[in-house]
Design a protein around this ligand. Structure first.
Ligand SMILES: [Zn+2]
Length: 286
């Protein structure tokens, strides 16, 4: 190993050690500043990311979260900036404390408005639960909140197209960035509609290409390499276009689109670090 490489590694380790010591002494502003600068320069520095996240779990530090220009509705912390996030580490994307991305924060704002409107004993199903949202919902809804996933850890392991819930049994359903993975998404939409109570609603998010008017399906027999080339991810089986809403309506839902334009102010977009093209579809069982 070259001397230069060893020195860089040593200095990286020493700044982690320094940040750890600062956190232990309660000097959180300095520790967070040091760690944030490291992460901006090297977004894949997961050691620094973990330590920064831990700094927000320190007890008795509520008023010590930076300048407060940015704020996360998922964890209620505020910061001077968001960190790079997502697969390509896009700037201003990720909450330093709870790792929420733009779409999670937008959804959290929508949920804040919609949850009080549901009945006090409403049940909710959350598919492939996001860590930045699931704990909040579990705390709010307690034993009326269930997570489901086909492969990963969840309250119930099941397929979205065949769920072990009665017809007309659930008030609220949520699946974010899930349907683009499901081979027969129309079957999944019908199954979601089946389990919802009349007037029950599904909150859905999918990656959408706003320039595409017709959803593009994977060709029969497409390999993982084909999917990666076509859709940018080897486990996506389609690219949704602006006809996503039509698909929901064809599956029997009344659909309301929540966008940054009809839901939040330009100031909110800046403060909460939202993506202006983000949409949450609220599919209501008529
Ligand atoms: Zn957060």
């Amino acid at each position: 190993m070259s001397k230069e490489h060893t020195t860089t590694k040593d200095s990286q380790q020493s700044s982690i050690d320094l940040a750890s010591a600062l956190i232990k002494r309660g000097e959180l502003v300095q520790a967070r500043d040091l760690l944030s600068r490291r992460i901006i320069n090297a977004p894949d520095d997961y050691k620094a990311r973990l330590l920064l996240r831990e700094s927000f779990l320190q007890p008795g530090t509520d008023s010590d979260h930076g300048t407060g220009e940015k704020s996360c509705p998922c964890c209620n912390n505020s910061f001077s900036f968001f960190l790079p996030g997502g697969p390509s580490f896009r700037p201003d994307a990720c909450c330093p404390a709870c790792e929420s991305l733009e779409r999670h924060r937008f959804l959290c704002l929508i949920l804040e408005r919609l949850l009080p409107a549901t009945t006090a004993d409403a049940s909710m199903i959350h598919v492939a639960p996001e860590q930045s949202l699931s704990p909040i919902l579990r705390e709010k809804l307690n034993n009326r909140y269930f997570t489901i996933d086909r492969f990963a850890d969840a309250d119930i392991q099941c397929d979205l197209c065949l769920m072990p819930f009665g017809t007309d049994s659930i008030e609220l359903f949520m699946a974010n960035h899930v349907l683009e993975h499901v081979k027969d998404d129309r079957l999944a939409m019908r199954e979601i509609r089946r389990i919802l109570k009349p007037k029950g609603r599904a909150l859905l998010q999918v990656p959408l290409d706003h320039t595409l008017s017709t959803t593009q399906e994977a060709p029969e027999g497409a390999t993982h390499e084909d999917l990666l080339r076509l859709f940018g991810q080897d486990d996506h089986v389609r690219q949704y276009g602006t006809d996503f809403k039509d698909r929901l309506e064809q599956s029997g839902f009344t659909v309301r689109e929540h966008t940054c334009f009809n839901t939040v102010t330009p100031k909110d977009i800046k403060t909460y670090g939202l993506h202006k093209d983000e949409i949450v579809w609220e599919a209501i069982k008529a």
